[in-house]
Design a protein around this ligand. Sequence first.
Ligand SMILES: Cc1cc2nc3c(=O)[nH]c(=O)nc-3n(C[C@H](O)[C@H](O)[C@H](O)COP(=O)(O)O)c2cc1C
Length: 315
Amino acid sequence: MEKSWGGGADMHKPDMSVNIAGIKLRNPVMTASGTFGYGEEFSEYVDLEKIGAYVTKGLSLKPKAGNPTPRIVETPGGMLNAIGLQNVGIDAFVEKKLPFIRSVDTPAIVNFFGNTIDEYAELARRLDELPEVAGMEVNISCPNVKQGGIVFGTDPACAFDVVSACRKATAKPLIVKLSPNVTDVTAMARACVDAGADALSLINTLTGMAIDLQKRRPVLANVTGGLSGPAIKPVALRMVWQVSRVVKVPIIGIGGIMNATDALEFMLAGAMAVQVGTASFINPASAQQVAEGMENWLINNNVADVKNLIGALET
Ligand SMILES: Cc1cc2nc3c(=O)[nH]c(=O)nc-3n(C[C@H](O)[C@H](O)[C@H](O)COP(=O)(O)O)c2cc1C
């Protein structure tokens, strides 16, 4: 028998709004960092005021040129990238990108990263001063150059230290983006929440590689890269579900979301919102279409409020 979701028969428009640590979203669909530029690049293809929020390309203190090419390759059900966190740096961001962000009536969440704890804290402090920034997303999938290159997001103690430093530097909503390249994602999630994270987003890309047989060489100049797209969705769903059972903060589900069905599955698994990444490369209007598709699904299934779906998975 079909389950009832608690809506009334005379339901009109469902409530699609969610609130992530004080950031009010008109619907739960955001774009994922690194796949949507600084927002402006996509504004011709997407009505930014129809999505919940957009997350900008990861920022560092200094501009970064990224890795040598080739740095993107398609793989079965996904893609590998080794862009190397190319970005304009905080100063150019403030000067050239903020004016557009100011003009859009949708929360902008700024993703950032550093090579040391001090760099992370400095970025959090700089971003804290900008009223245009609705919240921050900390990418902890980066090596700590002061500690032999151990990736912050793969060691709970390192993650705790870097998130604590950011927490001290800002009162704005602080979202920590988790790496899936760990044995126990729940230990990482707990460490980040203990350090003061207001919300968690997961997952970042899974480390992978592709090989060119005839050349006997890796396809990517960087040898390894981050796997994204539909291939990672089952891993991402599993991690969102696991994390949702051990923390109380809102979770943003990311990984292979191509359509509304995918997004709704993440919400059942425990996510309050989702991010659309690789799908925007195939169809730049994907995020908007996912939001519209979710609303239609709610109407067709008599769900009055999208929040009724969060963690509603029955196991
Ligand atoms: C080309 C590319 C660039 C990315 N750049 C960043 C980045 O700068 N910071 C970050 O936290 N994640 C970055 N990501 C990871 C995505 O935000 C997202 O977590 C991941 O791709 C999984 O979602 P998807 O399967 O929907 O793409 C990048 C992903 C891609 C494909």
